[in-house]
Design a protein around this ligand. Structure first.
Ligand SMILES: [Mg+2]
Length: 297
């Protein structure tokens, strides 16, 4: 049955799933959320981890660049902290009122007859709040978030995919045995560093492993999935694992991006083939038609 549905769908369209990043993808960077978040992360590093404010810009930049998120980098170089506390500190004070309801986007998404899934490095509470502010809380089949890829009680993610929940669990404090902090600034200041960069226990984009895990958890075929992202490096990682990619936030395509949209609102003009399924499904097929493709405009 499932195979038949997939076969029918393959005849109709290029895609069967839309995978969306959340922040700066479903709402614009101009909301100021990203800037506020960066300031909160810097305050957390100073106030909670005791890091000297003078090195924060350089340190934050190195961590973000090398580990995907500042949080993943902080854990890698030896800081230990409660994930929930971190998330509530950096997200709890965000100006969520800047994220406005988006009925235009809601209507666009409702009329697209594909699976729709969120894939964000942020935590579940933030994702739920942002989606609710946008008025999109009921649009998506699932949310793959921080907790999904970094389940409770694990410092390192096990290879057993069966115990990873699709919609995440709450995280808890993890422990780091070493109290030594790796000097990443010193590492990069050295011409030929002898030390190796430590690994992070946190799984997040743009690691290909994180993306592949997300695809497996949500049972997504990358070849038939469009991945929407504002981050170029996430787009490029997505491309490497076989996703079809849409860079959001600029109309300038970059290497690794199959499409580029100034705004998610430009979906219809930029990717008209997304509406092919809808048009064709109205022509009608005898026999089985996948339930999700029977949704019409
Ligand atoms: Mg983003």
């Amino acid at each position: 049955m499932e195979f038949d549905d997939r076969f029918m769908q393959a005849q109709r369209t290029k895609f069967d799933c839309l995978l969306f990043d959340l922040d700066d993808t479903l709402y614009p960077y101009s909301s100021g959320i990203a800037t506020a978040c960066r300031i909160n992360i810097e305050d957390y590093m100073v106030e909670k981890l005791g890091i000297d404010r003078s090195i924060i810009p350089e340190l934050g930049n190195l961590l973000y660049k090398n580990y995907g998120t500042t949080m993943a980098g902080l854990r890698a170089i030896g800081y230990d902290f409660d994930y929930d506390e971190y998330h509530s500190f950096v997200h709890g004070r965000l100006p969520y009122e800047n994220i406005k309801p988006d009925p235009v986007l809601r209507s666009l998404l409702l009329n697209l007859p594909y699976r729709k899934i969120i894939f964000t490095n942020a935590d579940q509470i933030h994702a739920a709040k942002a989606l609710s502010r946008l008025g999109l809380e009921d649009i998506f089949e699932g949310i793959i978030c921080f907790e999904t890829l970094n389940p409770i009680h694990k410092n390192t993610v096990s290879d057993d995919e069966d115990d990873i929940e699709f919609v995440g669990l709450s995280s808890t404090t993890t422990t780091t045995s070493s109290s030594q902090i790796f000097d990443i600034i010193g590492h990069f200041a050295t011409a030929n560093p002898t030390s190796k960069l430590p690994k992070t226990p946190i799984v997040c984009k743009p690691s290909e492993d994180a993306i592949e895990r997300a695809l497996k958890i949500a049972n997504i075929n990358p070849q038939r999935t469009l991945f929407f992202e504002d981050s170029v490096r996430n787009i490029q990682a997505g491309k490497r694992v076989g996703l079809q990619t849409v860079l959001v936030g600029t109309s300038q395509r970059v290497k690794g991006a199959d499409y580029a949209l100034e705004s998610i609102h430009n979906l219809r003009e930029a990717i008209p083939e997304l509406w092919e399924a809808d048009r064709k499904s109205k022509v009608g097929y005898s026999g089985k038609v996948a339930v999700e493709t029977s949704v019409t405009a």
